[in-house]
Design a protein around this ligand. Structure first.
Ligand SMILES: *Cc1c(COP(=O)(O)O)cnc(C)c1O
Length: 462
Protein backbone atom coordinates (compact mmCIF):
# COMPACT_ATOMS: atom_id res chain seq x y z
CA UNK A 1 0.00 0.00 0.00
CA UNK A 2 1.34 3.43 -1.00
CA UNK A 3 0.16 6.81 0.27
CA UNK A 4 -0.43 10.05 -1.62
CA UNK A 5 -0.87 13.63 -0.43
CA UNK A 6 -4.18 15.49 -0.65
CA UNK A 7 -2.29 18.42 -2.20
CA UNK A 8 -0.84 16.31 -4.97
CA UNK A 9 2.85 17.25 -5.09
CA UNK A 10 4.54 15.34 -2.21
CA UNK A 11 6.16 12.03 -3.20
CA UNK A 12 4.30 8.76 -2.63
CA UNK A 13 5.48 6.93 0.47
CA UNK A 14 4.80 3.74 2.43
CA UNK A 15 3.13 3.10 5.79
CA UNK A 16 6.10 3.58 8.14
CA UNK A 17 7.11 6.87 6.52
CA UNK A 18 3.51 8.07 6.75
CA UNK A 19 3.51 7.18 10.44
CA UNK A 20 6.61 9.26 11.14
CA UNK A 21 5.91 12.16 8.77
CA UNK A 22 2.46 13.20 9.95
CA UNK A 23 2.00 16.08 7.53
CA UNK A 24 3.11 15.75 3.88
CA UNK A 25 5.86 18.02 2.52
CA UNK A 26 3.40 19.93 0.33
CA UNK A 27 1.27 20.78 3.37
CA UNK A 28 -1.27 18.07 2.52
CA UNK A 29 -2.44 14.99 4.42
CA UNK A 30 -1.59 11.44 3.42
CA UNK A 31 -4.29 9.07 2.23
CA UNK A 32 -4.01 5.52 0.88
CA UNK A 33 -3.88 5.24 -2.89
CA UNK A 34 -7.05 3.11 -2.81
CA UNK A 35 -9.62 2.13 -0.19
CA UNK A 36 -9.13 -1.58 0.47
CA UNK A 37 -11.88 -4.10 1.14
CA UNK A 38 -11.40 -6.09 4.34
CA UNK A 39 -11.28 -9.79 3.50
CA UNK A 40 -12.21 -11.73 6.61
CA UNK A 41 -14.73 -14.48 7.24
CA UNK A 42 -17.76 -14.03 9.49
CA UNK A 43 -16.56 -16.71 11.97
CA UNK A 44 -13.34 -14.94 12.62
CA UNK A 45 -15.19 -11.70 13.34
CA UNK A 46 -17.38 -13.19 16.03
CA UNK A 47 -14.61 -14.96 17.92
CA UNK A 48 -11.81 -12.47 17.62
CA UNK A 49 -10.69 -10.15 20.40
CA UNK A 50 -10.74 -6.42 19.67
CA UNK A 51 -6.96 -6.44 19.17
CA UNK A 52 -7.08 -9.28 16.66
CA UNK A 53 -9.99 -7.72 14.76
CA UNK A 54 -8.04 -4.47 14.73
CA UNK A 55 -4.95 -6.16 13.28
CA UNK A 56 -6.93 -7.79 10.51
CA UNK A 57 -9.00 -4.71 9.58
CA UNK A 58 -5.87 -2.52 9.45
CA UNK A 59 -3.65 -5.10 7.69
CA UNK A 60 -4.25 -3.79 4.14
CA UNK A 61 -3.20 -0.28 5.22
CA UNK A 62 0.04 -1.51 6.75
CA UNK A 63 0.83 -3.70 3.74
CA UNK A 64 4.10 -5.56 3.90
CA UNK A 65 5.98 -2.84 5.79
CA UNK A 66 5.52 -4.52 9.16
CA UNK A 67 5.38 -8.29 9.57
CA UNK A 68 1.77 -9.39 10.19
CA UNK A 69 2.62 -11.24 13.43
CA UNK A 70 4.57 -8.26 14.75
CA UNK A 71 1.72 -5.90 13.91
CA UNK A 72 -0.79 -8.17 15.63
CA UNK A 73 1.37 -8.20 18.77
CA UNK A 74 1.60 -4.39 18.71
CA UNK A 75 -2.22 -4.28 18.61
CA UNK A 76 -2.43 -6.75 21.52
CA UNK A 77 -0.01 -4.60 23.55
CA UNK A 78 -1.81 -1.35 22.66
CA UNK A 79 -5.25 -2.59 23.70
CA UNK A 80 -4.07 -4.40 26.83
CA UNK A 81 -3.97 -0.96 28.51
CA UNK A 82 -7.79 -0.67 28.30
CA UNK A 83 -9.87 -1.29 31.41
CA UNK A 84 -12.77 -2.99 29.56
CA UNK A 85 -12.24 -6.47 28.05
CA UNK A 86 -14.20 -5.50 24.91
CA UNK A 87 -12.12 -2.29 24.57
CA UNK A 88 -15.05 -0.46 22.91
CA UNK A 89 -18.29 -1.88 24.37
CA UNK A 90 -21.67 -1.12 22.75
CA UNK A 91 -24.35 -0.17 25.29
CA UNK A 92 -28.09 0.04 24.54
CA UNK A 93 -29.61 2.99 26.44
CA UNK A 94 -33.09 2.99 24.84
CA UNK A 95 -34.77 1.05 22.01
CA UNK A 96 -32.62 1.50 18.85
CA UNK A 97 -30.37 3.95 20.70
CA UNK A 98 -26.81 2.97 21.58
CA UNK A 99 -23.60 4.38 22.97
CA UNK A 100 -20.25 3.06 21.78
CA UNK A 101 -18.00 3.61 24.79
CA UNK A 102 -14.57 4.61 23.55
CA UNK A 103 -13.23 5.98 26.84
CA UNK A 104 -11.89 2.92 28.64
CA UNK A 105 -8.25 3.70 27.79
CA UNK A 106 -5.67 5.18 30.17
CA UNK A 107 -6.56 8.87 29.65
CA UNK A 108 -10.35 8.42 29.48
CA UNK A 109 -11.01 9.73 25.96
CA UNK A 110 -11.43 7.98 22.60
CA UNK A 111 -8.05 9.32 21.50
CA UNK A 112 -6.42 6.50 23.45
CA UNK A 113 -7.79 3.99 20.94
CA UNK A 114 -5.50 5.42 18.28
CA UNK A 115 -2.67 6.85 20.37
CA UNK A 116 -1.90 3.72 22.36
CA UNK A 117 -1.28 1.98 19.03
CA UNK A 118 0.60 4.95 17.58
CA UNK A 119 2.96 4.91 20.59
CA UNK A 120 3.72 1.21 20.08
CA UNK A 121 4.28 1.77 16.36
CA UNK A 122 6.65 4.70 16.90
CA UNK A 123 8.70 2.68 19.35
CA UNK A 124 8.88 -0.29 17.00
CA UNK A 125 9.67 1.60 13.79
CA UNK A 126 12.17 4.03 15.35
CA UNK A 127 14.01 1.20 17.10
CA UNK A 128 14.18 -0.72 13.82
CA UNK A 129 15.55 2.33 12.02
CA UNK A 130 17.69 3.53 14.91
CA UNK A 131 16.17 7.02 14.60
CA UNK A 132 14.86 9.62 17.02
CA UNK A 133 12.00 12.12 16.46
CA UNK A 134 10.52 15.22 18.06
CA UNK A 135 6.73 15.06 18.04
CA UNK A 136 5.04 18.46 18.07
CA UNK A 137 1.32 18.89 18.27
CA UNK A 138 -1.63 20.98 19.30
CA UNK A 139 -4.33 19.78 21.61
CA UNK A 140 -7.83 21.03 22.36
CA UNK A 141 -7.55 18.98 25.53
CA UNK A 142 -7.64 15.23 25.04
CA UNK A 143 -4.96 14.57 22.42
CA UNK A 144 -2.22 15.93 24.70
CA UNK A 145 -2.74 13.53 27.58
CA UNK A 146 -3.43 10.59 25.28
CA UNK A 147 -0.31 11.29 23.17
CA UNK A 148 1.86 11.67 26.28
CA UNK A 149 0.57 8.40 27.70
CA UNK A 150 1.10 6.70 24.32
CA UNK A 151 4.74 7.76 23.92
CA UNK A 152 6.00 8.43 27.47
CA UNK A 153 7.84 5.11 27.51
CA UNK A 154 9.25 5.40 23.94
CA UNK A 155 13.01 5.67 24.11
CA UNK A 156 13.33 7.47 20.78
CA UNK A 157 10.67 10.14 21.11
CA UNK A 158 10.50 13.64 22.58
CA UNK A 159 7.11 15.33 22.53
CA UNK A 160 5.92 18.94 22.83
CA UNK A 161 2.17 19.62 23.01
CA UNK A 162 0.70 23.11 22.72
CA UNK A 163 -2.65 23.73 24.41
CA UNK A 164 -4.79 26.89 24.67
CA UNK A 165 -4.20 28.39 28.13
CA UNK A 166 -7.32 28.29 30.37
CA UNK A 167 -9.38 26.54 27.69
CA UNK A 168 -8.87 22.93 28.70
CA UNK A 169 -10.41 21.32 31.80
CA UNK A 170 -8.35 20.85 34.98
CA UNK A 171 -8.35 17.09 34.51
CA UNK A 172 -7.21 17.44 30.89
CA UNK A 173 -4.42 19.84 31.85
CA UNK A 174 -3.25 17.71 34.75
CA UNK A 175 -3.11 14.61 32.59
CA UNK A 176 -0.41 16.44 30.63
CA UNK A 177 1.34 18.49 33.30
CA UNK A 178 1.68 15.87 36.03
CA UNK A 179 3.62 13.39 33.88
CA UNK A 180 7.24 13.57 34.98
CA UNK A 181 8.81 11.66 32.06
CA UNK A 182 11.66 13.89 30.89
CA UNK A 183 10.71 13.44 27.20
CA UNK A 184 7.22 15.03 27.49
CA UNK A 185 6.53 18.79 27.54
CA UNK A 186 3.15 20.55 27.90
CA UNK A 187 3.11 24.18 26.74
CA UNK A 188 0.29 26.61 27.54
CA UNK A 189 -0.16 29.04 24.63
CA UNK A 190 -1.76 32.40 25.11
CA UNK A 191 -4.40 31.82 22.37
CA UNK A 192 -7.09 29.45 21.04
CA UNK A 193 -6.78 25.87 19.84
CA UNK A 194 -6.78 27.11 16.23
CA UNK A 195 -3.79 29.35 17.13
CA UNK A 196 -1.98 26.30 18.54
CA UNK A 197 -2.79 24.31 15.41
CA UNK A 198 -1.51 27.15 13.22
CA UNK A 199 1.79 27.26 15.16
CA UNK A 200 2.25 23.52 14.60
CA UNK A 201 1.48 23.83 10.90
CA UNK A 202 3.93 26.73 10.61
CA UNK A 203 6.71 24.66 12.23
CA UNK A 204 6.05 21.87 9.74
CA UNK A 205 6.04 24.27 6.81
CA UNK A 206 9.44 25.64 7.85
CA UNK A 207 11.44 22.89 6.08
CA UNK A 208 14.76 23.87 7.61
CA UNK A 209 13.38 23.81 11.13
CA UNK A 210 11.44 20.62 10.39
CA UNK A 211 14.55 18.76 9.25
CA UNK A 212 16.88 20.15 11.91
CA UNK A 213 14.54 18.96 14.67
CA UNK A 214 13.24 15.75 13.00
CA UNK A 215 9.65 16.87 13.51
CA UNK A 216 6.91 14.34 13.58
CA UNK A 217 3.16 14.60 14.32
CA UNK A 218 0.57 12.58 16.15
CA UNK A 219 -2.32 15.04 15.72
CA UNK A 220 -5.37 13.64 14.02
CA UNK A 221 -3.79 14.72 10.73
CA UNK A 222 -1.56 11.64 11.20
CA UNK A 223 -3.05 8.95 9.00
CA UNK A 224 -2.37 6.19 11.51
CA UNK A 225 -4.77 7.76 14.01
CA UNK A 226 -7.59 7.84 11.49
CA UNK A 227 -6.75 4.25 10.49
CA UNK A 228 -6.96 2.97 14.09
CA UNK A 229 -10.38 4.59 14.48
CA UNK A 230 -11.81 2.76 11.47
CA UNK A 231 -11.77 -0.45 13.51
CA UNK A 232 -14.50 0.31 16.05
CA UNK A 233 -17.06 1.13 13.39
CA UNK A 234 -16.71 -2.48 12.20
CA UNK A 235 -16.70 -4.05 15.66
CA UNK A 236 -19.76 -2.01 16.74
CA UNK A 237 -21.76 -3.18 13.71
CA UNK A 238 -20.65 -6.78 14.25
CA UNK A 239 -21.87 -6.57 17.84
CA UNK A 240 -25.15 -4.94 16.76
CA UNK A 241 -25.68 -7.49 13.98
CA UNK A 242 -27.40 -4.87 11.84
CA UNK A 243 -26.70 -1.68 9.89
CA UNK A 244 -26.71 1.63 11.76
CA UNK A 245 -26.32 5.38 11.65
CA UNK A 246 -23.41 6.78 13.66
CA UNK A 247 -23.62 10.09 15.47
CA UNK A 248 -20.15 11.51 15.99
CA UNK A 249 -19.28 14.43 18.29
CA UNK A 250 -16.94 16.30 15.96
CA UNK A 251 -14.04 18.72 16.18
CA UNK A 252 -11.24 18.06 13.73
CA UNK A 253 -13.42 15.64 11.69
CA UNK A 254 -11.00 12.73 12.29
CA UNK A 255 -13.42 10.42 14.00
CA UNK A 256 -16.26 10.90 11.52
CA UNK A 257 -13.81 10.58 8.61
CA UNK A 258 -12.71 7.20 10.01
CA UNK A 259 -16.36 6.14 9.86
CA UNK A 260 -16.64 7.31 6.27
CA UNK A 261 -13.59 5.20 5.42
CA UNK A 262 -15.15 2.17 7.14
CA UNK A 263 -18.15 2.74 4.87
CA UNK A 264 -15.89 2.87 1.78
CA UNK A 265 -14.46 -0.46 2.96
CA UNK A 266 -17.92 -2.02 3.03
CA UNK A 267 -19.20 -1.45 6.58
CA UNK A 268 -23.02 -1.29 6.57
CA UNK A 269 -23.38 2.29 7.74
CA UNK A 270 -26.66 4.06 6.91
CA UNK A 271 -25.24 7.55 7.43
CA UNK A 272 -23.46 9.94 9.77
CA UNK A 273 -24.75 12.61 12.07
CA UNK A 274 -22.00 15.18 12.40
CA UNK A 275 -22.55 16.67 15.85
CA UNK A 276 -21.12 20.09 16.72
CA UNK A 277 -21.41 22.34 19.73
CA UNK A 278 -21.89 26.11 19.25
CA UNK A 279 -18.73 26.07 17.10
CA UNK A 280 -20.85 24.85 14.23
CA UNK A 281 -18.85 25.50 11.04
CA UNK A 282 -19.59 21.96 9.83
CA UNK A 283 -23.32 22.18 10.59
CA UNK A 284 -23.49 25.43 8.67
CA UNK A 285 -21.57 23.82 5.81
CA UNK A 286 -23.94 20.86 5.64
CA UNK A 287 -26.88 23.28 5.66
CA UNK A 288 -25.58 25.78 3.13
CA UNK A 289 -22.84 24.00 1.06
CA UNK A 290 -20.64 26.88 2.08
CA UNK A 291 -17.89 26.83 4.70
CA UNK A 292 -17.35 30.10 6.56
CA UNK A 293 -15.07 30.37 9.60
CA UNK A 294 -16.29 32.26 12.68
CA UNK A 295 -14.54 33.04 15.98
CA UNK A 296 -14.16 30.10 18.34
CA UNK A 297 -16.34 30.32 21.45
CA UNK A 298 -15.61 28.30 24.60
CA UNK A 299 -18.26 25.66 25.46
CA UNK A 300 -18.85 22.82 27.92
CA UNK A 301 -17.36 20.44 25.32
CA UNK A 302 -13.90 22.01 24.87
CA UNK A 303 -12.43 19.20 22.73
CA UNK A 304 -14.83 20.32 20.02
CA UNK A 305 -14.13 24.07 20.28
CA UNK A 306 -12.64 24.14 16.80
CA UNK A 307 -13.53 26.08 13.69
CA UNK A 308 -11.13 24.74 11.09
CA UNK A 309 -11.50 20.94 10.97
CA UNK A 310 -8.19 19.77 9.55
CA UNK A 311 -9.29 16.26 8.58
CA UNK A 312 -12.06 17.65 6.39
CA UNK A 313 -9.28 18.06 3.82
CA UNK A 314 -9.26 14.30 3.26
CA UNK A 315 -12.97 14.31 2.37
CA UNK A 316 -12.52 17.40 0.23
CA UNK A 317 -9.82 15.57 -1.75
CA UNK A 318 -12.33 12.79 -2.49
CA UNK A 319 -14.99 15.35 -3.41
CA UNK A 320 -12.49 16.80 -5.91
CA UNK A 321 -12.06 13.34 -7.47
CA UNK A 322 -8.64 13.14 -5.81
CA UNK A 323 -7.36 16.20 -7.65
CA UNK A 324 -4.59 17.50 -5.36
CA UNK A 325 -4.09 20.80 -7.20
CA UNK A 326 -7.79 21.66 -6.98
CA UNK A 327 -7.83 20.74 -3.28
CA UNK A 328 -4.76 22.85 -2.56
CA UNK A 329 -6.28 25.84 -4.34
CA UNK A 330 -9.60 25.52 -2.52
CA UNK A 331 -7.80 25.43 0.83
CA UNK A 332 -5.49 28.36 0.05
CA UNK A 333 -8.52 30.39 -1.02
CA UNK A 334 -10.30 29.38 2.18
CA UNK A 335 -7.33 30.64 4.18
CA UNK A 336 -7.36 34.03 2.50
CA UNK A 337 -11.11 34.62 2.05
CA UNK A 338 -12.50 32.55 4.93
CA UNK A 339 -14.93 30.91 2.50
CA UNK A 340 -15.17 27.56 0.76
CA UNK A 341 -18.06 26.73 -1.55
CA UNK A 342 -18.93 23.33 -3.00
CA UNK A 343 -20.96 22.99 -6.22
CA UNK A 344 -24.48 21.50 -5.94
CA UNK A 345 -23.54 18.45 -8.03
CA UNK A 346 -20.51 17.60 -5.87
CA UNK A 347 -22.61 18.20 -2.77
CA UNK A 348 -25.34 15.88 -4.05
CA UNK A 349 -22.84 13.15 -4.88
CA UNK A 350 -20.78 13.16 -1.67
CA UNK A 351 -22.77 14.74 1.13
CA UNK A 352 -26.51 14.36 0.61
CA UNK A 353 -27.89 11.25 2.28
CA UNK A 354 -24.51 10.48 3.88
CA UNK A 355 -23.81 13.33 6.31
CA UNK A 356 -26.30 15.38 8.29
CA UNK A 357 -25.01 18.18 10.50
CA UNK A 358 -26.61 19.11 13.82
CA UNK A 359 -25.60 21.52 16.55
CA UNK A 360 -26.14 21.41 20.29
CA UNK A 361 -25.57 24.39 22.56
CA UNK A 362 -24.53 24.21 26.22
CA UNK A 363 -28.10 24.31 27.46
CA UNK A 364 -29.09 21.37 25.25
CA UNK A 365 -25.90 19.57 26.33
CA UNK A 366 -26.82 19.87 30.00
CA UNK A 367 -30.43 18.87 29.30
CA UNK A 368 -29.29 15.75 27.46
CA UNK A 369 -26.93 14.75 30.29
CA UNK A 370 -29.73 15.24 32.78
CA UNK A 371 -32.21 13.27 30.70
CA UNK A 372 -29.85 10.30 30.34
CA UNK A 373 -29.18 10.33 34.07
CA UNK A 374 -32.90 10.40 34.87
CA UNK A 375 -33.80 7.71 32.32
CA UNK A 376 -30.91 5.30 32.88
CA UNK A 377 -28.92 6.38 35.94
CA UNK A 378 -25.86 6.76 33.69
CA UNK A 379 -23.57 9.78 33.72
CA UNK A 380 -22.35 10.87 30.29
CA UNK A 381 -19.76 13.48 29.44
CA UNK A 382 -20.66 16.73 27.60
CA UNK A 383 -19.09 15.64 24.26
CA UNK A 384 -21.09 12.43 24.27
CA UNK A 385 -24.16 14.52 25.14
CA UNK A 386 -23.62 16.71 22.06
CA UNK A 387 -23.51 13.54 19.96
CA UNK A 388 -26.62 12.09 21.57
CA UNK A 389 -28.57 15.34 21.26
CA UNK A 390 -27.67 15.50 17.55
CA UNK A 391 -28.65 11.84 17.09
CA UNK A 392 -32.03 12.52 18.66
CA UNK A 393 -32.55 15.64 16.54
CA UNK A 394 -31.88 13.65 13.35
CA UNK A 395 -34.43 10.93 14.08
CA UNK A 396 -37.71 11.72 12.38
CA UNK A 397 -35.95 14.25 10.12
CA UNK A 398 -33.15 12.38 8.31
CA UNK A 399 -33.99 8.90 9.55
CA UNK A 400 -37.10 6.89 10.47
CA UNK A 401 -38.12 6.37 14.10
CA UNK A 402 -36.91 2.75 14.20
CA UNK A 403 -33.43 3.52 12.82
CA UNK A 404 -30.63 2.03 14.93
CA UNK A 405 -28.35 4.89 15.85
CA UNK A 406 -25.02 4.59 17.63
CA UNK A 407 -23.57 7.66 19.32
CA UNK A 408 -19.84 7.57 19.91
CA UNK A 409 -19.20 8.16 23.63
CA UNK A 410 -15.91 9.98 23.30
CA UNK A 411 -14.96 10.78 26.90
CA UNK A 412 -15.43 9.44 30.43
CA UNK A 413 -17.73 11.68 32.52
CA UNK A 414 -15.02 12.10 35.18
CA UNK A 415 -12.96 14.06 32.68
CA UNK A 416 -15.57 16.85 32.84
CA UNK A 417 -16.86 16.74 36.43
CA UNK A 418 -18.06 20.37 36.54
CA UNK A 419 -20.44 19.93 33.62
CA UNK A 420 -21.65 16.58 34.93
CA UNK A 421 -22.33 18.09 38.36
CA UNK A 422 -24.19 21.04 36.86
CA UNK A 423 -26.39 18.75 34.79
CA UNK A 424 -27.10 15.99 37.28
CA UNK A 425 -25.95 17.03 40.75
CA UNK A 426 -23.68 13.96 40.74
CA UNK A 427 -19.89 13.93 40.91
CA UNK A 428 -18.38 11.29 38.62
CA UNK A 429 -15.45 9.44 40.13
CA UNK A 430 -12.08 9.16 38.44
CA UNK A 431 -11.00 5.55 37.88
CA UNK A 432 -8.51 4.22 40.40
CA UNK A 433 -5.34 4.80 38.37
CA UNK A 434 -6.11 8.54 38.31
CA UNK A 435 -7.61 8.91 41.79
CA UNK A 436 -4.82 11.20 43.07
CA UNK A 437 -4.53 13.23 39.83
CA UNK A 438 -5.78 16.47 41.39
CA UNK A 439 -3.06 16.44 44.07
CA UNK A 440 -0.05 15.53 41.89
CA UNK A 441 2.55 18.29 41.27
CA UNK A 442 2.37 20.03 37.87
CA UNK A 443 5.09 21.06 35.42
CA UNK A 444 3.99 23.79 32.96
CA UNK A 445 5.68 26.04 30.43
CA UNK A 446 3.76 29.13 29.24
CA UNK A 447 4.56 30.81 25.92
CA UNK A 448 3.03 33.65 23.88
CA UNK A 449 1.22 32.93 20.59
CA UNK A 450 4.42 33.53 18.68
CA UNK A 451 6.20 31.18 16.27
CA UNK A 452 9.75 32.22 17.16
CA UNK A 453 9.28 31.59 20.89
CA UNK A 454 7.72 28.20 20.27
CA UNK A 455 10.44 27.17 17.83
CA UNK A 456 13.12 28.19 20.32
CA UNK A 457 11.48 26.03 23.00
CA UNK A 458 11.17 23.00 20.69
CA UNK A 459 14.79 23.32 19.61
CA UNK A 460 15.84 23.39 23.26
CA UNK A 461 13.89 20.18 24.03
CA UNK A 462 15.24 18.38 20.97
C1 LIG B 1 -11.04 15.01 20.13
C2 LIG B 1 -12.40 14.84 20.71
C3 LIG B 1 -13.55 15.00 19.92
C4 LIG B 1 -13.47 15.43 18.46
O1 LIG B 1 -12.96 14.41 17.64
P1 LIG B 1 -12.41 14.75 16.17
O2 LIG B 1 -11.81 13.49 15.68
O3 LIG B 1 -11.41 15.85 16.34
O4 LIG B 1 -13.59 15.18 15.36
C5 LIG B 1 -14.78 14.75 20.50
N1 LIG B 1 -14.88 14.39 21.79
C6 LIG B 1 -13.82 14.25 22.58
C7 LIG B 1 -14.00 13.87 24.01
C8 LIG B 1 -12.53 14.45 22.07
O5 LIG B 1 -11.47 14.29 22.86
Amino acid sequence: MRYISTRGTAPEIGFCDVLLAGLARDGGLYVPQTWPAPAKSADEKLNATYANRAASIMAPFVGDEIDAKVFQQLCVDAYSTFRHPEVAPLIEIAPDEYLLELFHGPTLAFKDVALQLVGKLFDYVLTQRNERVMIVGATSGDTGGAAFDGVASCRNVDIVMLYPNNRVSDVQRRQMTTLMSPNVHAVAIDGTFDDCQDLVKAMFNDQKFRDANQLSAVNSINWVRVMAQVVYYFTALEKLGDSAVFSVPTGNFGNVLAGWIAKQMGASIDGFVVASNTNDILTRFFESQQMTAHEVVPTLSPSMDIQVSSNFERLLFEMNNRDGAATAKQLTDFRSTGELIVTPSIYAKWISGVFAGYRCNDEQTLATMKDVYQQTGMLIDPHTAVGLSAARQSIGVNYPKDQSIITLATAHPAKFPDAVRRATGQTPELPEHLADLMSRPERITSLPNNLKSVQAFVAKCH
